[in-house]
Design a binder for this molecule. Structure first.
Ligand SMILES: Nc1nc(=O)c2c([nH]1)NC[C@@H]1CN(c3ccc(C(=O)N[C@@H](CCC(=O)O)C(=O)O)cc3)C=[N+]21
Length: 287
């Protein structure tokens, strides 16, 4: 028997429908600003799909495109201007930033109330403490997918591969909050395949195509693949590949997300959800 393949578009639509319903009850259409430094082609595609989804829902989406060589001071000034605007509820700084810019300083400049990526230390800390926070969109989407298969994670062994601030660390915090037993692994972890083989839930967020092989997976495990690596095809163009060797894993897992059409669409749907959440909280405060 092969695994249940989790349809990211179908699950994203459930989130989108809920967001659309909440939008109807807001006094104003929320505004989302995406800041994209430079012209990396992959980032352009992601930013486009975020803005397109925002507009489809009736949010106002706008993109700022400072050049690759923009100074940190210039970027901080742009963020200050967005913080001050009443028509902007959510601010997302597309990552990665060029090497000459200190990402942590940039994240710290975003108003935590508008931090729809959940990357400000205040939101990360609130998540860590189990307080109400804006939570990074990708791990939020992953948790939804996991809970669609297994609503109660109490005592489950969850293994996360990757320890980034945007996926690995908040993913582990969310799973811990659900009372899972969490093992966080990363590039320096020794004996990683053996650790993964013990996982009831395996989340990989590394960005290394095909890293996770079929024999890393416990039979019937839930496997969530966050990797999106662009691999050039010999005939031209590119394919988007996940961290998981899908053809092998699908034979072993109980449920698995494909790439594309797995976690990606959920990330975008959760960004819309966070934007509406930020707008609702701000509307309540401004009243
Ligand atoms: N501040 C920040 N926040 C992010 O959330 C963020 C970021 N920076 N930097 C880049 C990564 C990447 N990311 C994706 C979102 C959607 C898809 C997605 O929808 N992918 C489609 C395929 C799209 C394709 O063909 O490339 C799918 O999986 O079906 C993928 C990747 C968000 N990121």
């Amino acid at each position: 028997m092969t695994a249940n393949i989790l349809d990211g578009h179908a699950h994203a639509q459930i989130v989108i429908d809920k967001v659309a319903h909440e939008l109807d009850r807001l006094p104003h259409a929320p505004g989302l600003a995406v800041v994209l430094v430079g012209d990396d082609p992959a980032s352009q595609i992601y930013v486009q799909s975020k803005v397109r989804m925002a507009e489809r829902l009736g949010l106002r989406g706008e993109v700022e495109r400072p050049p690759d060589d923009c100074s940190e001071a210039d970027l901080l000034a742009r963020i200050e201007a967005l913080n001050a605007r009443d028509d902007i509820d959510g601010i997302l700084i597309q990552l990665p930033l060029p090497a000459h810019i200190d990402s942590l300083r940039v994240m710290a400049a975003v108003d935590p109330a508008k931090d729809v990526d959940g990357l400000h230390a205040l939101n990360a800390g609130r998540l860590f403490h189990g307080d109400d926070a804006l939570v990074p969109c990708t791990p939020l989407g992953c948790l939804r997918l996991i809970k669609s298969i297994r609503p109660d994670l109490t005592g489950a062994h969850a293994v996360v591969i990757g320890s980034s601030n945007i996926v690995g660390k908040p993913m582990a915090a969310l799973l811990l909050q659900e009372h899972a037993t969490v093992t966080q692994t990363h590039i320096h972890t020794r004996g990683i395949s053996k650790i993964c083989r013990q996982a009831d839930i395996l989340v990989s967020a590394v960005g290394k195509a095909g890293l996770v092989r079929g024999d890393w997976i416990k039979p019937q495990a839930i496997v969530i693949d966050v990797g999106t690596t662009r691999v050039e095809k010999p005939e031209g163009g590119y394919a988007v590949c996940g961290d998981v060797s899908f053809d092998e894993a699908v034979q072993v897992a109980g449920a698995i997300t494909p790439v594309p059409r797995g976690v990606g669409p959920m990330t975008i749907a959760c960004l819309m959800e966070n934007t509406v959440k930020a707008a609702k909280a701000r509307a309540a405060r401004l009243q």
